[in-house]
Design a protein around this ligand. Structure first.
Ligand code: ZN
Length: 219
């Protein structure tokens, strides 16, 4: 079986995120990098039905290499993240709970209530608001992602990066789960944040147990 093209892989990731409810209608965008090429979903594409011909390949400076559809209006954000981090894939969503948390006045980060969040780097920064598609937004989001696998975008949505498409998709799904957890906890009482010591111990334990990877039983 021939290997899937980068454009096909991006289309597949977009369809999966739409099926999971993170990409709604035409909102949100997905990209992946291979060397000095970036494949990104097109502007105005219904992401649940995204096909490879609705994904456009561009250079790291945004010049179109292949594809007929105008790249996403957030192309500048994706390219800035590739420029500032070692990301190989970037997912931007308007997922319901991530977007809701990003609208809380005065909140500057999503605190660590659950140890699974430590896999994303700890407290999730909320990048300050700027107009969609603007260089100011691209800059704020890329800065937030320098030390974090994911970020929220004030009054807008979420962004996750990864070492590949599957990793970025998993990170976006985990962020949405954490935002949902925060919302549900806040509705019942004051969320208790894990202390620095508790976070440290969880990281040590994750390393010790190689947490998150399937392992064979030792006989
Ligand atoms: Zn957006």
């Amino acid at each position: 079986m021939s290997q899937k093209s980068l454009r096909e892989q991006v289309a597949e990731a977009a369809r999966r995120l739409a099926a999971e409810g993170l990409l709604i209608g035409t909102s949100g965008n997905v990209s992946a990098r291979s060397g000095d090429r970036v494949a990104v979903t097109g502007s105005g594409v219904v992401l649940a039905d995204c096909s490879d011909d609705e994904v456009t390949e561009v250079t790291l400076t945004g010049d179109v290499l292949s594809g007929d559809v105008t790249p996403s209006s957030e192309l500048g954000l994706h390219l800035k993240v590739y420029d500032r981090t070692d990301a190989q894939a970037v997912v931007h969503t308007h997922a319901p709970f991530s977007s809701a948390v990003a609208c809380v006045d005065g909140l500057t980060s999503l605190p660590v209530l659950h140890y699974q969040q430590l896999g994303l780097g700890g407290a999730i920064p909320i990048a300050p608001y700027a107009t969609f598609g603007s260089p100011e937004l691209a800059d704020a989001v890329a800065s937030a992602l320098v030390g974090s696998q994911a970020a929220l975008m004030a009054n807008h949505g979420s962004v996750a990066r990864g070492s590949g498409l599957a990793h970025a998709v998993d990170n976006a799904l985990l962020l949405e789960w954490l935002a949902t957890l925060y919302h549900r906890t806040s509705s019942m009482g004051r969320p208790r944040v894990l202390t620095a010591d508790e976070q440290e111990a969880a990281i040590t334990q994750a390393i010790r147990l190689d947490y998150g990877s399937p392992k064979e039983n030792r006989t």
